[in-house]
Each structure stands twice: as structure tokens, then as C-alpha cells.
Design a protein around this ligand. Structure first.
Ligand SMILES: Nc1ncnc2c1ncn2[C@@H]1O[C@H](COP(=O)(O)OP(=O)(O)O)[C@@H](O)[C@H]1O
Ligand SMILES: [Mg+2]
Length: 235
């Protein structure tokens, strides 16, 4: 299989504080991988580094074989990497539709347009002229996801889509994932809910204190091994 993304010894810092210590992750074309791990393990930092929102050295991130570490965020979006950030980050003064259209500014060609996003989440079409922040949490998450899709990414990164949402809403949002990745798009999904993360992914990486403490096939790993990787000391 062809790797769409590969990190090699990726490090990340907030000033003097080191948050990632040499992360090796690989994503194949058309594959969904999950990142799990407790609060503060470095999952969001990892996604931010891939999205160009934190400094990284060039060779630490390869995308379709090209070294992209340290590239500006806008250029990375233009290359086909989109982030649905933790906490959604919608523009409060803009409508649902205006928020979605912001995602299209990179104007990559592809299947995702206002029409196809509205087909995926019909409620957004009904609410398209409402202020995005007037929507329920689940609907706001659909807007955030739709906005990322509007850039027609080849690699979609979702940071805790389920945060603060009722289980039924979480199921509805994740039910959309197979049809999103069905045509060869790859995805990295960060999830606190380990069972959910395993269900939606082919492989997973568990982060602990800025390192990968376990990686493997989502269907094969034991709950016990995950618990150890989640809470235990990194060996
Ligand atoms: N903006 C920031 N400034 C300083 N430290 C940060 C910042 N964001 C995250 N951190 C620290 O980096 C580490 C990893 O955080 P994060 O990537 O958000 O973890 P996760 O997403 O796995 O919960 C934590 O120790 C956190 O406190
Ligand atoms: Mg996080």
C-alpha cells in the first residue's frame, strides 16, 4: 500500500515545553486511523503539527512522498490536508453557509460542494441562513466537518468530534464517515472513546506523554493492552 502520510521522529514544542518526542505514524491511502490516549498525551498537538499550526522540521512530515514539515498552514490545506479542530472553531457572526464556504477558499477540485455537504447533512441545508453558533452542538460539529470537506482534502483530520455531544448525536456523525472516506480519502480520527475509535478505524496509535505507547490493528488488540498503553509507563 501507498503511504499518503508519514511522520518520522516528529517533535513539537510550545516554547521551551516539549509536547511530542519523536512520533512515527503512517497513514495509507483510503485508510482511517485512530489516535487515542489520555488528556494531554499530545494528540491535538500532533494534528496541529501536521496542519502547519506548529513549527516542524521539513523531513519530519512526508505527504505523498514530499517533505512538508514547516510549511504554512494555508499551503498545507491547499495540498489536501484538512483539520476539524477540537472545539469546532466556527465563526459566530457568520451563517452556516458562510462558514461552509470558508472551507472552499483553497478551491481544490473534488466531490465536495455545498450541495454534497447538504446531502450528507440535510439539517444544515434547512439551517443554512442561521448563525452557526445558534445551532446545537451536534449540528455545529456537522458544520465544522462540512467546512473541512469543502476543501476537498485527501487527508481529513478530526479532533474529538464527539466532545460534549450526546451518544445518539455522536453515532449520527460517525455514521457519515464511511461515505466520506469511501472514495479513497484517508482520515486521522482523535477520539477519547476507545471503543468508538476502534470501531471506526483500521489501525490505531495510542499516545502517552508525547510518545506512541502502542500501535496496532484496531480489531485485534486486547482491551488490556490498550489500558496498559493508556495509563502505564512508556517502556
Ligand atoms: N498552547 C499550548 N501551550 C503550552 N502547552 C500546551 C499548549 N497546548 C497543549 N499544551 C501541552 O501539550 C501537551 C499535549 O497537549 P495536547 O496535544 O492538547 O493533548 P491531547 O490532545 O492528547 O489532550 C500537554 O501537556 C498540554 O498541556
Ligand atoms: Mg486534544
Amino acid at each position: 500500500m501507498e503511504a499518503i502520510l508519514e511522520t518520522r521522529g516528529l517533535t513539537a514544542f510550545y516554547g521551551d515545553f516539549q509536547a511530542l518526542f519523536g512520533i512515527d505514524v503512517m497513514v495509507e491511502r483510503g485508510e482511517v486511523i485512530a489516535l487515542i490516549g489520555s488528556n494531554g498525551a499530545g494528540k491535538s498537538t500532533f494534528l496541529k503539527a501536521l496542519a502547519g499550526l506548529l513549527p516542524a522540521s521539513e523531513q519530519q512530515i512526508a505527504y505523498r512522498g514530499e517533505a512538508i514539515g514547516g510549511m504554512p498552514a494555508a499551503r498545507i490545506v491547499g495540498m489536501g490536508i484538512a483539520l476539524v479542530p477540537e472545539g469546532r472553531r466556527l465563526f459566530a457572526s457568520l451563517s452556516v453557509e458562510e462558514n461552509l464556504l470558508l472551507g472552499a477558499y483553497s478551491s481544490r477540485p473534488g466531490r465536495w460542494t455545498l450541495d454534497t455537504v447538504y446531502t450528507l447533512f440535510p439539517i444544515l441545508k434547512e439551517r443554512r441562513h442561521h448563525a452557526a453558533t445558534a445551532l446545537s452542538g451536534g449540528q455545529q460539529q456537522m458544520v465544522a466537518l462540512g467546512r473541512a470537506l469543502m476543501s476537498n482534502p485527501d487527508l481529513l483530520m478530526c479532533d474529538e468530534l464527539s466532545l460534549g455531544l450526546a451518544p445518539v448525536v455522536v453515532r449520527e456523525i460517525y455514521a457519515a464517515l464511511p461515505s466520506i472516506v469511501g472514495d479513497g480519502m484517508s482520515a486521522i480520527v482523535v477520539e477519547q472513546d476507545v471503543q468508538l475509535a476502534r470501531r471506526v478505524s483500521k489501525r490505531f496509535y495510542c499516545f502517552q506523554e508525547g510518545r506512541v505507547s502502542l500501535a496496532g490493528a484496531s480489531a485485534e488488540v486486547s482491551d488490556e493492552a490498550i489500558t496498559r498503553a493508556y495509563f502505564g509507563a512508556v517502556s
